[in-house]
Design a protein around this ligand. Structure first.
Ligand code: NAD
Length: 315
């Protein structure tokens, strides 16, 4: 097995002052990469801020002989995203890897979610991932090389109660990843999504917020999970996706209790209506089984255009 090195590579890891992002930053630095450790240093809801979280991680990297710079700009603003990329370029002269990991959590039912909470969650997770992609893009395109990791979540891709803005942002991030990957291929910019799982500050907050409120949703874990809810279990997959050795793009990968797996959106073969006139509502009811059944054939379209080609190839 050849070892995977980040010598000569520069990575930006957002939200790397703690939890999963910190584990990613330490591992890339341990493998020779120069890391811009970004973290707002606020609370779990994204309020407040300080330089200390990012600085502590940088200190840890430097003490272990690695190279890192601390940054505490916010991914939730255009100015912050541009400043993060400018900081990495000033400090290290290039950017090869962007790991969009920063995140906040504000849990409530949809009916109780305020505009302010919705907007803050979308701005941090989804819009921040877009704005950082936009800011690194010209530099990665010019050098013909880039790796971008988007942190999605099972809470958005599969759904969970009480995480409206968060779930919408995380499912949106999966969509953003698909578009970035399609646009990036011609420039050597490979883009993939990670759906992590870990006991972290954010996960502890979620468990506290959900406790006793969600009938049928278990917030405690059995002992058989071992150490697999440690943030570090997510890092090998993320760091592989960020490496030169990885040539995959446009994939969404789940790390769940030590199980690494490709997650995809597919379309069942379904029911084909006559193409000359729209079907009646009654015909939809009559063919509901074929339309909705996931037990028959399915396809995984590689793009919106590809879905047209797949349907036409069936009939
Ligand atoms: P965490 O709270 O420990 O880490 C998130 C970090 O992002 C914090 O250190 C925080 O200060 C930072 N941050 C928040 N707002 C920021 C901003 N505007 N700019 C820069 N930094 C900011 O939680 P975590 O579990 O390590 O989460 C990391 C990522 O993984 C998040 O995107 C989260 O949504 C995602 N995720 C986590 C889980 C899980 O089980 N823990 C599951 C699915 C997805």
């Amino acid at each position: 097995m050849t070892s995977i090195s980040f010598e000569g590579r520069v990575a930006i890891v957002t939200g790397a002052g703690g939890g999963i992002g910190k584990a990613h930053a330490l591992e890339i630095a341990r493998r020779g990469g120069q890391v811009l450790v970004n973290d707002l240093g606020g609370d779990v809801a994204g309020r407040g801020g300080s330089a200390s979280m990012a600085e502590q991680v940088v200190e840890e990297i430097r003490q272990a002989g690695g190279k890192a710079e601390a940054n505490h700009d916010s991914v939730a603003t255009t100015q912050g995203c541009n400043a993060i990329v400018a900081h990495a370029l000033d400090a290290f002269g290039r950017v090869d890897v962007l790991i969009n990991n920063a995140g906040i959590m504000r849990n409530s039912t949809l009916a109780e979610t305020s505009d302010e909470d919705w907007d803050a969650v979308i701005a941090t997770h989804l819009t921040g991932s877009f704005k950082l992609t936009r800011a690194v893009w010209p530099h990665m395109a010019e050098q013909g090389y880039g790796r971008i990791i988007y942190t999605a979540s099972s809470a958005g891709v599969f759904g969970n109660p009480m995480v409206g803005g968060y779930g919408a942002a995380k499912a949106g991030i999966a969509g953003l990843m698909h578009v970035a990957a399609l646009e990036g291929e011609a420039h050597g910019i490979l883009c993939n999504g990670l759906m992590p799982n870990a006991v972290s500050r954010m996960a502890m907050q979620a468990a506290a917020d959900w406790s006793g409120k969600l009938d049928g949703f278990e917030t405690t874990m059995p002992e058989t999970i071992g150490n697999s809810m440690q943030p570090e279990f997510n890092t090998p997959l993320a760091v592989y996706l960020a490496s030169e050795q990885c040539t995959a793009t446009r994939g969404l990968y789940s790390q769940c209790l030590g199980r690494m797996a490709h997650v995809f959106i597919g379309a069942v073969d379904g029911w084909q209506a006559d193409r000359q006139a729209p079907p009646s509502v009654e015909e939809i009811a009559e063919h509901w089984q074929e339309i909705s059944d996931t037990g028959n054939g399915f396809a995984i379209p590689l793009s919106a255009t590809d879905e047209h080609a797949i349907v036409l190839s069936h009939r």
